[in-house]
Design a binder for this molecule. Structure first.
Ligand SMILES: NC(=O)c1ccc[n+]([C@@H]2O[C@H](COP(=O)([O-])OP(=O)(O)OC[C@H]3O[C@@H](n4cnc5c(N)ncnc54)[C@H](OP(=O)(O)O)[C@@H]3O)[C@@H](O)[C@H]2O)c1
Length: 351
């Protein structure tokens, strides 16, 4: 099977390339910079192709004949649609590691077309959204008429420049939740709550995580709130801080200045942090009669998880050939996440 890793020179792209090689794969590396691709390809003993994402026909020609594209170049709000259109034109399966909910919505818009072509498009094959999507599907299956779904992510302590830049895009979108099946704006910094986790209680506030899109597809639950844990002091200052940031980021020059700063100062977790770090997730589905089901997941550090689950999904997709624009849990089931090293699911907590 021939597959291509586009955006291979990024922080996450390199980790995915290394994991692929560790498992005996030979993906073709790709990106827009030959100067960055050549040393990486040489180091890993792989071939590479250089093209940018400005012209769909050029991309379609570059990817023709491949079985799958692994898209790792974000923020995906700027990069994914041209690759999706090229994959339709050239008949190629597609996966990416987005966490941006508008990007998921766009990928799902291709569902009927992709199904007719007998291809699979799966956005979010990394830490966002594999564990949360699988956990949401697991609790939802226990409450047949669930009306509410809450998901909390805890333990992302260190991010890459690419994630920080994607976060800037999301700040511009503001806060969102899903209500009665529709995406609804909700000011960032409102709706914070405490949740039980191994080791004690954590404060978390609603953040428009990709599950606002994917968990709705996977579970059909019409009311979804996705939270991320933060220190209480940060939550308290967020509402004011975010509105100032949103005003500033509306200015293109300020935004590109902020993105340049991110590239220079944000480094992402180092080897030690990736090997020893971990994260927790919690999800609860509830119906209007007071029935509910909850569960927790423990995973390895999010960037390590992304490399492990991303390459595992490539293997599974090419072996099982699901079709349509799917969530990870729709394609591979709620227990898929348990196949990723270091993942543990808990129905109860001891503390
Ligand atoms: N789902 C998850 O859990 C998860 C996990 C990790 C990362 N991510 C997401 O993945 C993305 C990449 O993260 P990262 O950590 O690898 O970031 P990074 O280190 O900043 O790398 C970004 C990569 O994308 C390329 N790129 C950016 N814009 C491009 C464009 N317009 N055309 C072509 N290539 C472009 C960059 O190429 P140049 O070097 O040429 O600029 C670079 O190779 C981010 O959106 C991040 O949020 C998601």
């Amino acid at each position: 099977m021939r597959w291509m890793l586009y955006g291979a020179t990024g922080f996450s792209g390199k980790l995915i390339a290394e994991e692929a090689v560790r498992l005996g794969h030979h993906p073709i590396l790709a990106g827009r910079s030959a100067a960055k691709l050549a040393p990486l390809a040489e180091h890993l003993g792989l071939e590479y192709i250089v093209f940018d994402l400005k012209n769909v026909e050029v991309i379609a020609k570059a990817i023709l004949g491949f079985d799958l594209i692994f898209h790792a170049a974000g923020p995906f709000i700027h990069t994914s649609d041209s690759m999706l259109r090229a994959c339709v034109l050239s008949g190629v399966n597609y996966v990416d590691i987005t966490g941006e909910f508008p990007v998921f919505e766009n990928t799902f818009a291709y569902h009927e077309e992709v199904r007719r072509l007998n291809l699979a498009f799966i956005s979010g094959v990394g830490f966002d959204v594999v564990p949360s999507d699988c956990l949401a599907s697991y609790v939802a299956a226990q409450i047949p008429n669930a009306a509410q779904l809450e998901i909390v992510i805890a333990g992302i302590t260190n991010m890459s420049a690419g994630t920080a830049k994607s976060g800037l895009s999301l700040i511009s979108y503001g806060g969102w939740v899903r209500r009665n099946g529709k995406l609804m704006p909700q000011p960032l910094g409102t709706g914070a709550k405490k949740f039980r986790f191994p080791g004690g209680e954590l404060s978390a506030m609603p953040i428009p995580w990709g599950d606002l899109s994917t968990a709705y597809r996977s579970t059909g639950i019409p009311n979804i709130t996705t939270y991320m844990s933060f220190p209480p002091a940060l939550i308290a200052s967020t509402r004011l801080g975010v509105s100032i940031l949103q005003t500033m980021l509306a200015n293109t020059a300020v935004r590109s200045f902020a993105e340049n700063i991110m590239e220079k100062i944000v480094r992402g977790p180092g080897d030690d942090a990736r090997q020893t770090g971990y994260a927790y997730l919690w999800a609860q589905a509830a119906d209007s009669q007071g029935n509910s089901a909850q569960a927790w997941l423990e995973t390895v550090e999010p960037y390590r998880f992304t490399a492990l689950s991303g390459v595992h999904i490539v293997e599974k997709l090419l072996a099982t050939r699901p079709s349509g624009a799917l969530t990870p849990a729709q394609a591979f089931g709620a227990n898929f996440v348990l196949e990723i090293d270091g993942t543990r699911r808990m129905d109860t907590l001891e503390n």
